[in-house]
Design a protein. Structure first.
Length: 292
């Protein structure tokens, strides 16, 4: 298989099927107050005493804030992703399919970021993003993470959302706009994940032992940062719950921990298979909740 065969195939797929969220989503559709922002069973407080103390209306409200948090963290990471990819392309061949597909992916991510922003605005809830400390750390990591760890981190973030959204987009309890956003993202991210896997494997070829340890460490730390940021504790204020107490309950909630493990199952298997999740890094990965 030639090194350009995967990018060429992905370019053809992009040409055949891509969406324009500006026209493919009905942003003027009314928000149905009886429908969820996301699947209740996947919410961070589901099954806890705090959950049982909420009314159905409060649970639906919280679901809209949690999905807005996840979308805004996805948007934040896509901005980091695009910067990492563009730096990676700085010395690439502008006539080759590798660069052409990578630029196509960046264009996809621009549309996805706009789509996430519009979806948050549609529900009239805050774009929480990650906690301020993580937002600041993101700037540092964006300048440090390079090579296989960059594409491994991209893959993990994309696969987390992909697993969650594949489940969400089929759930008729969820708002139609949220389901359509998920459908578009799932279709186009499938190509991005294929590209990320190929880049991880390609860039790991011939890497030194010292460099491999660095890439393992950077991958783990970046993914912990992303996974632990998905639900900003400030979302709990929307239903009158103390953010610190709710955060503590969520992190110990077996239902939420199982959801995070489920979301991380596929990408972590890939990382382990390709030497980026050694036993020496398992403690960090457990902190992300993705390893169970």
């Amino acid at each position: 298989m030639s090194p350009t065969s995967v990018p060429e195939r992905l370019l053809r797929s992009s040409a055949r099927q891509s969406y324009d969220p500006e026209v493919d989503i009905d942003w003027d559709a009314p928000v149905d107050p009886t429908l969820w922002g996301m699947q209740p069973e996947r919410m961070s407080l589901y099954g806890t005493d705090l959950w049982r103390g909420l009314t159905e209306e409060q649970r639906i409200t919280l679901s809209q804030h949690e999905v807005a948090s996840i979308a805004s963290v996805g948007l934040w990471f896509e901005l980091l992703l695009m910067q990492m990819m563009l730096r990676d392309l700085y010395d690439d061949d502008p006539t080759g399919a590798h660069m052409h597909y990578a630029l196509t992916e960046v264009a996809d991510e621009c549309r996805h970021s706009t789509m996430f922003g519009k979806s948050i605005a549609h529900f009239g809830v805050p774009a929480y993003g990650p906690p301020q400390r993580i937002h600041t750390l993101g700037r540092l990591f964006n300048h440090v993470v390079r090579g296989p760890s960059a594409y491994a981190s991209i893959l993990v973030a994309e696969e987390l959302l992909d697993t969650w959204q594949r489940d969400l987009m089929k759930d008729e309890r969820v708002q139609p706009v949220t389901r359509m956003v998920a459908r578009i993202h799932v279709l186009e991210e499938a190509r991005h994940m294929t590209f990320a896997r190929e880049e991880v494997k390609r860039q790991l070829e011939g890497i030194s032992r010292r460099q491999l340890i660095l890439q393992q460490t950077l991958t783990a730390q970046t993914c912990v940062m992303v996974a632990r940021s998905l639900v900003n504790p400030l979302v709990y204020e929307s239903v009158g719950i103390d953010p610190r107490e709710a955060r503590r309950r969520a992190l110990g909630n077996p239902y939420y921990r199982e959801t995070m493990r489920w979301m991380g199952e596929k990408p972590l298997a890939f990382l382990r298979e390709n030497g980026l999740l050694p036993k020496s890094q398992e403690r960090a990965w457990r902190a992300s909740l993705l390893l169970g």
